[in-house]
Design a protein around this ligand. Structure first.
Ligand code: FE2
Length: 400
């Protein structure tokens, strides 16, 4: 029942640690058709399609679209020829996340520190500059096909300016009028930032990558109340959570484990060329009910929660909250059930969460919509409850 102490927070504040992370700069997706994907993420999830870098701006290698919502920045990139590295990756993996990029004070210094700590370089520092400022990027390889890029920015390209709509980096331009942007301003989905990004790795490799985040990036194990519950006969996966020093972002690492059913992690790997990658991004909202209601209205497909789940959840959650002196769940219980939202509690409070179905035809990447009311964990209580509910449904159908 402990939470990690952010021991590097002070170093982060003074900027003396090259690996101090300021923010998630952006998340880069490789997609088969960025023009169409931009429409999907705008229409389904309410993103603003802001900027573009493509043939019209002189980029002959790839097309990139910058989508934003709250403090979330997605770059959707499509190769324009078979020679672009993304073309090979798309053939192997389909659409998915290539890069979770961190904003740092000095990208070159961060990259050097990570490499010195044992990280493998993905690409060396490169600086794009013009009269308005500079953007320096350098990348290291993490699990499977995934990269962490370090980004440092100066002048008009500084992150606070980007958040206010400044040009993302040299070569980008404003998309101009885009009808869905106005619609999305009037009908917000309320997504604020990336809460966590989950990696699926091969069986037996979870601890390798846990060590990697600790030694290469200076992350720490994020302990939470349900450590003992990490692997059950139902969940068929093992998971450990690594947190950046300032707890800016958390990276749960999953590996498959033997269970009653085929592991969802193994299914992911089988459709991902047996290569580790990002399984889901959790996007944070302050109002789970409003966000999920709007996303459902737009046609986002979520995991179906059996009615039986709600027969036990309130007793379980309210008992935990009461035991630790917290007020009960303030959201309307009937609305939570009607929207099919999951609830979990720990010693610090509760959370509401819901998982989308895969975002592409392969059963790989999906989103989680999460709202935290004190709880800093990941809904482990739902693993067992969800599987038990599913089995209950199976039993009712005579299939168990
Ligand atoms: Fe999650």
């Amino acid at each position: 029942m402990t939470t990690a102490t952010p021991q590097t927070a002070n170093r982060a504040a003074t900027g003396t640690d090259p690996l101090a992370l300021i923010d998630v700069d952006h998340v880069r997706f490789y997609v088969g058709n960025a023009k169409q994907s931009a429409f999907f993420y705008a229409s389904a999830f309410g993103f603003q399609v802001e900027q573009i870098r493509d043939l019209t701006t002189g980029s002959r290698e790839s097309a990139q679209y910058l989508l934003t919502q709250g403090n979330i920045r997605f770059l959707l990139e499509t190769p324009l020829s078979k020679n672009h590295p993304a073309a090979t990756e798309l053939a192997k993996f389909g659409d998915g996340i290539k890069d979770i990029a961190f904003n740092v004070f000095d990208a070159e210094a961060a990259w050097k520190a990570a490499v010195k700590n044992g990280g493998e370089s993905a690409y060396e520092p490169v600086t794009a500059s013009d009269a308005h400022g500079t953007v320096t990027t350098a990348g290291i390889k993490t699990y499977g096909r995934t990269v962490h890029t370090f980004v440092s920015r100066t002048g008009e390209y500084a992150l606070p300016k980007i958040k206010q709509g400044a040009t993302f980096m040299p070569g980008f331009r404003s998309i101009g009028p885009f009808a869905l942007n106005e619609y999305n301003k009037q009908h917000p989905c309320g997504l604020k930032f990336v809460d966590h990004a989950v990696g699926n790795v091969e069986e037996g490799k979870m601890n390798t990558w846990v060590d990697w985040y600790e030694h290469v990036l200076g992350f720490q194990m994020f302990k939470h109340f349900d450590d003992n519950d990490i692997s059950t006969e139902f969940s068929a996966l093992m998971s450990k959570v690594m947190a950046s020093g300032n707890q800016l972002i958390k990276f749960p690492i999953n590996e498959p484990a033997a269970g009653k059913k085929k592991s969802q992690i193994l299914e992911y790997l089988e459709w991902h060329d047996m290569t580790p990658g990002v399984q889901h991004l959790a996007l944070r909202t302050d109002d789970e009910i409003a966000s999920v209601a709007e996303l459902r209205r737009r046609g986002v497909d979520f995991l179906n929660i059996p009615e039986s789940y709600y027969q036990g959840v309130w007793t379980r959650v309210e008992a935990m909250l009461k035991q630790h002196g917290h007020a009960g769940v303030k959201e309307d219980h009937a609305r939570v059930r009607d929207l099919g939202i999951l609830v979990d509690a720990d010693d610090e409070g509760y959370l509401l969460q819901l998982f989308s179905t895969p975002l592409q035809d392969r059963p790989t990447l999906f989103f989680e919509i999460i709202c935290r009311r004190g709880s800093q964990s990941f809904g482990k209580g739902n693993f067992k409850a969800l599987f038990e509910s599913l089995e209950l449904e199976q039993e009712r159908r005579g299939n168990l």
